[in-house]
Design a protein around this ligand. Sequence first.
Ligand code: 5AD
Ligand code: SF4
Length: 472
Amino acid sequence: MDYNKPDLLKARKRTGSETLNIDFKLDEKYIGIGSDKTYHIITFGCQGNEADSEVMAGILELMGFKNIDGEQADVLIINTCAVRENAEDRFYGTLGRLKGLKQKNNDMIICICGCMAQEEKTITKLLDKYPQFDLVFGTHNIHMLPKYIYKKMNTESRVIEVFSKEGDIIEKLPHLRVSNKKAWVNIMFGCDEFCTYCIVPYTRGKERSRRPQNIIEEVKDLVKKGYLEVTLLGQNVNAYGKDFTDIDYTFSNLLNDLSATGIKRIRFTTSHPRDLDEATMIAMQKENVMPHLHLPVQSGSNSVLKKMNRKYTHEEYIEKIKRLKELNPGISITTDIIVAFPTETIEDFNETLRLCDEVEYEGAFTFIYSKREGTPAAKYPTDITLEEAHRRLDILHDKINAGYLKGNKRFEGTVVKVLVDGTSKNDPNTLCGYSEHNKLVNFKGKKESIGTIVNVKITEAKTWFLIGEQVE
Ligand code: 5AD
Ligand code: SF4
């Protein structure tokens, strides 16, 4: 079979090839091929994947497909995540479940894309054990979805096309956004950091930034359409613009220009401590740049940070946090932490706990190290048992949860601004949304407030959310 399969070794290369900016255009022959047909997308992983799924939905709608909630769709897409083993396990669980549906409807097209599609081992396993799939494409070619679906509809054989290249930028992509008030906006793609535990630089290609004008136009257009909040996306947004050879324009310039578009709220993720600069911290003082920073530290031990190739020390990280708090008093800081990285000793782990005390995080995503084949850390020897890893994770959770509650308590009795998402899952009479500091707020208020920003008086702080009443 003539498949175009991925190759992690090839994907690791950074040859300095030029980034092409290509405009998406749907070929006329694909328009209407989905009329009277349905699609459904299952998304695993990070916001980057969620944004990609919104693009695929936009493309499928242009082709005439209609979204349905269930898995019995004519085109079913699974957008995968390769960052940790449990995301991979969940994907295989889902795929296993789909076998029955495929047997009932042989015309169903099951597509697999996202970061796992970029790994050879996935393709080998799929071909070997999960024959129920029809189409695999990678992170570099989601814009070619129409061609693949067309091909699959007109042939019996599977389509596997994954490119292990540095990557281009595709503009003018359609989006079917989940929300009509909050939007993801990609500002860059890929990652050149090569943290030793992480698969992303291999699956997403080199760091490449969208041209400022294209991002500014997109945000202006969102403002026109009534959007109130944008979250700027990139694996390392602080490296934005470093790849431009013709202009001197970095992340702080972009924040300042986007602040001037009139969008009410700007958030961004993810930041890298080494690249977070003073100009960005100053740009964060703008009223519409939200007072919350997610700054993954991964570990508080200098020896572990070095082995992770994070390129900063415990002390340098703390210095940045100090400056950030000086320039933005009251800012809420959250992080990502990995425990049980190979060779992490109890002393190393205690350094992480000490750093948490110093920073006073108001939330964190915490993970047990997961070995990723093809990354340098996969070869590092380790004697940390899973039991010990869980023990460390539990200790860390207790610390993080205490910080979470403390960070929420400071809002008791104050009035915060909430962008109202809708009614609470557990109680249709309660509204919910996020405050400027990115705190989930459940409150009694007027249903007409959904989709607007309102003032809410906080009456009680819980560990995971705030409780309040709408005022005005
Ligand atoms: N094991 C555990 N956690 C990981 N992350 C990335 N790679 C791994 C891995 N191999 C975590 C990091 C990163 C977040 C998105 O996922 O903390 O910041
Ligand atoms: Fe992975 Fe590090 Fe890049 Fe984040 S900065 S995507 S952790 S390699």
